[in-house]
Design a binder for this molecule. Structure first.
Ligand code: TYD
Ligand code: MG
Length: 452
């Protein structure tokens, strides 16, 4: 094991000595010199090894830890601030992931152009001219934003030391490359090394760093999973590329909740904040169509509103057809049997088609109630109101069962502008005041009387 290295520091002026002495040569104070453990320059250090040795960390009482300069940086972007939990924490590392072309570079460039601080935007993907062209579309007048096209971390840190920016943006972590590691950019060890250097830099200088990360084809951030553990915040930028709306979510946030989401609209002049998200739903469909119902589901940890469509029609040929896309066909049959037995619907001679729009596959049981509602709506040919949604499981005896994390679903529905959400009476909900009406139901018969 390597020997612990110590050295002597004057507590008054910070001068460093090789051995103890009574008086400090520099400030002439007596009895101020103490021995401290130092960190030897390691290989993953953002400063060059010749830089001054620094003191190793010592334990502090929690009440003695200085919080005075921990005020968050306002990004001037309401949606971004909200997702981060109120702005960027100094010294934090934020990772923004998302599919290619979704607008990650646009979002962070736009934020750099809005910020009133000195910002350094480091791009390993585009040239300065390309970035300038993009910036021209967004906000051409900004004197605080510096663009650097560089991929070698040691060179980036040299520029940072000279420029002393208040915030650093890296596009993207997969293009960075450190001299300390042989392997090529984007490899696991390079990503780990470059992130370690950036974390050290961020923590030591209290400069926040925003990283852009590529994602793999299954939607995870490319590189080691440890990358997500290393950074303080992981944001995901998503949305349908052919669609104009983009959703920003926090997957992990050491300084705030992960329930908030930010919505943007991609326009010719960059991303516009959508502060009233119900405008998305209302603009999407003006007509109320029968057979449509919205379910508040969870995709992994994330709440997601999806649309369920059902078509119930009289069977033309002998045996009625039952078909489901994106939903378990056996479960559909079970729900039809429950409807038949408990609510007296004669669906035995009807074809039933069910479709989850958007081509997603859902196995969250909380979608049951929306499936039942869409079938009822199609069967009666009565459209449901477009601003209601559902989140509950249906049991074999027709009881409406509670679902996990119902509050998160309710908040998502509220955020997206729904006026009413139908949930099970047996769900424990501790939300105090909500703009959305929470309709509690216990039996499937209740749903029938409420909707039809
Ligand atoms: P980009 O930020 O390059 O995506 P990423 O960095 O995630 O790969 O997104 C570029 C897309 O956004 C591109 O298809 C063009 C579109 N766009 C606009 O519609 N308006 C704009 O003002 C800008 C800058 C880009
Ligand atoms: Mg990009």
């Amino acid at each position: 094991m390597a020997k612990v290295k110590t050295t002597f520091f004057c507590q008054n002026c910070g001068s460093q000595f090789a051995k103890w002495q009574g008086q400090c040569n520099a400030c002439k104070e007596w009895n101020t010199i103490v021995e401290e453990v130092i960190q030897t320059p390691e290989k993953s250090d953002w400063k060059s090894p010749t830089s001054k040795v620094k003191k190793a960390a010592v334990p502090l009482r929690i009440k003695d830890i200085d919080m005075s300069n921990e005020a968050r940086l306002d990004t001037m972007d309401g949606e971004f601030n909200r997702v981060l939990g109120g702005g960027i924490v100094p010294g934090s590392l934020t990772l923004l992931g998302g599919e290619p072309g979704i607008g990650k570079s646009t979002l962070l460039l736009q934020i750099s152009l809005k910020l009133p601080y000195k910002t350094l935007y480091v791009s390993g993907e585009e040239s300065q001219k390309q970035i300038k062209m993009r910036a021209e579309r967004i906000n051409p007048n900004n004197n605080n934003c510096y663009i650097l096209t560089e991929t070698k971390t040691q060179n980036i840190f040299k520029q940072i030391e000279a420029l002393e920016p208040d915030i650093v943006i890296i596009d993207s972590i997969q293009t960075l490359h450190s001299d300390y590691i042989e392997s090529s950019s984007g490899s696991i060890s390079q990503i780990k090394e470059c992130t370690t250097e950036l974390i050290k830099f961020a923590k030591e200088t209290a400069t926040p760093v925003l990283l852009i990360g590529h994602i793999t084809k299954d939607g995870n951030i490319a590189g080691p999973k440890i990358l997500e553990h290393m950074v303080d915040t992981v944001l995901q930028f998503e949305g349908d590329r052919n669609h104009v709306f983009r959703i920003l979510r926090a997957h992990k946030n050491r300084f705030g909740s992960t329930n908030e989401l930010g919505i943007y609209e991609m326009q010719g002049s960059g991303l516009r904040e959508v502060s009233n998200p119900s405008e998305i739903l209302i603009s999407k469909k003006d007509e109320e169509l029968s057979g449509n119902a919205i379910a508040a589901t969870l995709e992994g940890m994330r709440p997601l509103m999806i649309e369920v469509q059902a078509l119930v029609s009289t069977a033309v040929y002998g045996t009625p057809q039952r078909s489901a896309t994106g939903f378990n066909a056996k479960r559909l049959n079970m729900l039809l049997a429950v409807l038949e037995k408990r609510a007296g619907f004669r669906l035995g001679a009807k074809d039933v088609f069910l479709n989850i729009t958007g081509g997603i596959n859902v196995d969250d049981p909380a979608i049951d109630l929306a499936v039942v509602a869409s079938i009822l709506s199609s069967n009666e040919d009565v459209a449901l109101q477009k601003d209601i949604c559902f989140a509950a499981e249906v049991g074999l005896s027709g009881e409406i069962r509670p679902v996990q994390r119902v509050e998160q679903r309710i908040l998502e529905a509220e955020k997206l502008g729904f006026s009413t959400i139908y949930v099970s009476k047996y769900n424990k909900i501790s939300l105090k005041k909500t703009a959305i009406k929470i309709q509690l139901i216990s039996k499937i018969e209740d749903l029938v009387t409420m909707l039809v």
